[in-house]
Design a protein around this ligand. Sequence first.
Ligand SMILES: Cc1cc2nc3c(=O)[nH]c(=O)nc-3n(C[C@H](O)[C@H](O)[C@H](O)COP(=O)(O)OP(=O)(O)OC[C@H]3O[C@@H](n4cnc5c(N)ncnc54)[C@H](O)[C@@H]3O)c2cc1C
Length: 458
Amino acid sequence: MSKTMEALREIFGCRVSASLAERYCYASDASQVQGMPDYVVRPENTQEVSWLLRFCSEHQIPVTPRGAGTGLAGGASPVRGGVVLDMSGMCKIVEIDIGNLQVIVQPGVVADKLNLALRPHGFFFPPDPGSSAMCTIGGMISNNSSGMRSVKYGTTKNYLLDLEVVLADGRIIRTGSKVLKSSAGYDLTRLFAGAEGTLGVITEAGLKMAPLPRSRKLVLTCFQDAETAGRAVISVFSAGITPSACEILDRLTCRVLKSCDPNVAVPDDGDVILFEVDGQESSTEEEALQIAEICRQQALSVRVADSKKEMDEIWAARKLVGAAISRLDPSKTRIYMGEDVGVPISRIPSLIKKVQQISAKLDIPAMKFGHIGDGNLHVALFIDVMDDVQWQKLRLAADRIHRAALEMGGTVSSEHGIGQARAEYLPEQMGEETLQVMRSIKRAIDPANILNPGKLAL
Ligand SMILES: Cc1cc2nc3c(=O)[nH]c(=O)nc-3n(C[C@H](O)[C@H](O)[C@H](O)COP(=O)(O)OP(=O)(O)OC[C@H]3O[C@@H](n4cnc5c(N)ncnc54)[C@H](O)[C@@H]3O)c2cc1C
């Protein structure tokens, strides 16, 4: 047994592993980015995380924090080896503090489980990624994740009040408190949001929660083409309506869903936008009718779904997209590479058009879906992995989509993060000088560069 393993065993016992089988399980997240850890460590408390980081700093061992590994940019892939720190075992809801409108959790709490616990109290934690049944709060904070409801409620960072963070040298800090607002000093809480585990390990989080809306209405609209669907989104916003969700499922996405489950609650003869509004009964009624009216001028069909059962079925269909893709065409070896670009909302129709042109020119099928109300489009590209030419085309298509978003003043990642998968675009998006500031912050907090090295173009 190596000296490192001996030291780790002394603290973590059977919660450290160097078995090849287990290391393989932690070699990547849900992206194509691969690494291979030397050790997998499962801490149970903050003190253990602190000990581990101090030890790894002293011995220059890379540490990659990991939640559920559902990230799509390689954030949790240990590209420089070392330790994968599996935080999923620290999964207690520490306190639901109704009086102060907040909840304190450990980082391994799964998003849906948090919402199940908040619901009986009449509250919810709004960021709602498609992976909410699996992903952890630590991963969501570190990727500044968002989802269906961000168009009205904002992203994970909008709900952070206080973090307990272990720094690379083992120091434990708190970044905030229970107060709902504070203007005292640098906003360190939000510095760790979106840092992808490169600045510290989050061991506890104080989160704001929102009251559950009394009423919800969903308007299901279907258009002749995706560009017209994109224009309808702008018309709705321009009318002064902020939906609580605004999702696009293009024709191909709907067909993929139907092939996975023929009873799925979406049409398959057009490009679909789902608009949801929430609030008081009277306001949702009025806004849903307004949206229907606006869309009717351009749509093939418009329907207001107001029964909970029907709405639940439609949202379940939306959440099925990721799984449906992986079941597509099982007889052939296919790969799905999901892009996560975002543009200012006025550029949505142009982005959709551009993606269609790229897909047609390279002859690669491209599904388009996602949180279009935020200007965020996921593009799923398919190839046969046994075909080298298709691999080249896939890379070219992904590159052109990223560059198109940047040319439109957008971002290469609206919510999945940069990780290693999109690191090459960060200098262009941020500018070299801004990136230098980021690198200075990294050096100041983690001078030995042990925390998630090889990510974020640092
Ligand atoms: C089917 C599917 C649908 C998805 N839909 C969405 C969506 O709608 N919106 C969205 O935003 N994302 C989505 N994602 C991406 C992903 O689920 C989110 O980014 C999620 O928040 C990652 O959480 P995780 O627990 O899996 O984190 P991981 O993938 O394990 O890690 C993500 C990053 O966080 C870091 N990290 C994890 N825990 C900690 C910690 N305690 N301290 C410090 N750093 C930490 C890791 O090092 C890594 O850089 C989807 C993914 C899939 C597979």
